[in-house]
Design a protein around this ligand. Structure first.
Ligand SMILES: [Cu+2]
Length: 97
């Protein structure tokens, strides 16, 4: 399971791409229905220090969606862990901010 390997590697990194308490927005490609939304939400909720996840389809015609991930206050965030969780659900993060 490649995604799990990536996630494990990401968790060992001390570098944090985002400051504590950050709300991270991820643009996701390939989403087309509620099932996509739920599977991505389920994976992101399992990322350490994630306290809130909101996934929605932003452009149904082009199958684009967005995940808004809220991190625990004071927690370090690794962008790779979020990307890996989305990849584990079967989708790709096109942009993370
Ligand atoms: Cu779907």
């Amino acid at each position: 399971m490649k995604a799990f390997t990536i996630l494990a590697a990401a968790l060992t990194l001390t570098h944090a791409a985002f400051a504590a308490g950050t709300v991270v927005k991820a643009s996701i490609e390939g989403m087309h229905c509620d099932s996509c939304v739920h599977s991505i939400e389920a994976k992101l909720k399992k990322v350490p220090n994630v306290v809130g996840v909101s996934v929605k389809i932003t452009d149904a015609e082009h199958e684009n969606g967005e995940a808004v991930v809220t991190m625990k206050d004071g927690a370090k965030v690794d962008a790779e862990a979020i990307k890996a969780a989305v990849a584990d659900a079967g989708y790709e993060v096109k942009k993370l901010q």
